[in-house]
Design a protein around this ligand. Structure first.
Ligand code: COA
Length: 319
């Protein structure tokens, strides 16, 4: 099976910083409740001039710039996959808008994919298949969301959790970097939903969630996905240099770390600053870690995502 390598990363955060105190002016909540239950201190919301498309284009532009600084070319890109459940438009899809904005080759596959918060993992898995078809090409994967536009700001149990952002990565085939994955869906979707476009003029969909059900699912899905990946790769948990998981809630990550006996310091966390940015959270984390110099060549990384569907995904990659 084709191995893959992440060649470059990029990200873009939405403009407006919204603190927990700001949220306390919108719903009956407070900084202490949000911090202790979730670890979130602030999130960012898109301004009027921003959209999922502008954030996706911004993150993709950074990733492509970094790719070209490393001596490769955007002309090598053979597919754009944008993971999002909040596209600005259904048609044209976000991937086509990224292709156009970045002047990417016309001969490519431009697809939006929706696996909610597992979307980046879905994109990574798909990229491996695409690179098997065309090992000489590169795949641009973007996770982008403007969740604030589907947030119910009367529901304090959800509106404090989410934020808007985009992250991107360019991946290429690399036989020396085996790629192992696990993905799944298991029903129970009503625990975390966002109604689609109402046919016939009903209200625009808003996020609805049973927080406890999603919490229980997440603390089970992360270790299960990771164990399945390790069973395929034959690696030990202790060999992983970093666990880069979907940034939903610090308590979920510490439960998962404890369940697997992994020091929490190996779990990268930035959710205190951005909240849950769904499909964007893992590529944003990768980009931050990359820029901070936390990722050294040859490191073994375990990625894990979970969310609406209910879906999950995990993957072991070599940096
Ligand atoms: N501020 C203050 N109080 C709040 C609140 C808020 N923002 N949101 C809920 N509460 C209240 C509830 O109304 C409830 O009050 P009550 O006991 O008087 O009825 C109390 O806090 C406890 O609510 P509960 O829902 O039981 O809290 P919890 O401990 O389960 O924490 C979550 C709520 C949402 C933080 C937690 O369930 C969670 O993180 N779930 C996973 C969510 C997630 O990550 N989703 C995305 C996955 S991709």
């Amino acid at each position: 099976m084709t191995g893959i390598r992440i060649l470059s990363t990029g990200s873009q955060q939405a403009r407006q910083v919204v603190t927990n105190d700001d949220m306390a002016r919108v719903v009956e909540t407070n900084d202490e409740w949000i911090r202790t239950r979730t670890g979130i201190r602030q999130r960012r919301f898109a301004g009027e001039e921003e959209s999922t498309t502008t954030l996706a284009v911004g993150a993709a532009r950074e990733a492509v710039r970094a790719l070209e600084e490393g001596g490769r070319s955007r002309q090598e890109i053979g597919a754009v996959l944008v993971a999002t459940f909040t596209p600005s438009d259904l048609v044209p899809n976000t991937a086509c808008l990224v292709q156009e904005a970045l002047g990417l080759p016309e001969k490519l596959l431009a697809l939006d994919i929706n696996a909610a918060c597992s979307g980046f993992l879905a994109g990574l898995r798909l990229s491996q298949g695409l690179l098997e078809q065309q090992p000489e090409k590169l795949v641009l994967i973007v996770g982008a969301e403007v969740i604030s536009r589907v947030t119910d700001f009367t529901d304090r149990g959800t509106c404090v959790l989410f934020g808007d952002a985009a992250g991107a990565a360019v991946v290429g085939a690399d036989p020396s970097r085996p790629f192992w994955w696990s993905t799944g869906a298991r029903g129970g979707g009503q625990a975390l939903s966002c109604a689609g476009i109402p046919v016939g003029g009903g209200p625009v969909g808003k996020i609805a969630m049973n927080g406890k059900d999603v919490f229980r699912f997440a603390v089970e899905a992360i270790p299960a996905g990771i164990r399945e990946v390790l069973a395929k790769s034959g690696a030990e948990l202790s060999e992983m240099d970093w666990f880069i998981c979907h940034q939903a809630n610090a308590r979920i990550l510490s439960h998962a770390a404890k369940a697997m006996g992994i020091p929490l310091e190996k779990f990268y966390m930035n959710l205190d600053r951005y909240g849950n940015t769904s499909a964007a959270s893992i590529p944003v984390a990768l980009d931050e870690m990359n820029r901070e110099g936390l990722l050294q060549e040859g490191m073994k990384l375990m990625l894990a995502g979970f969310g609406g569907g209910l879906t999950w995904g995990a993957a072991q990659i070599i940096w």
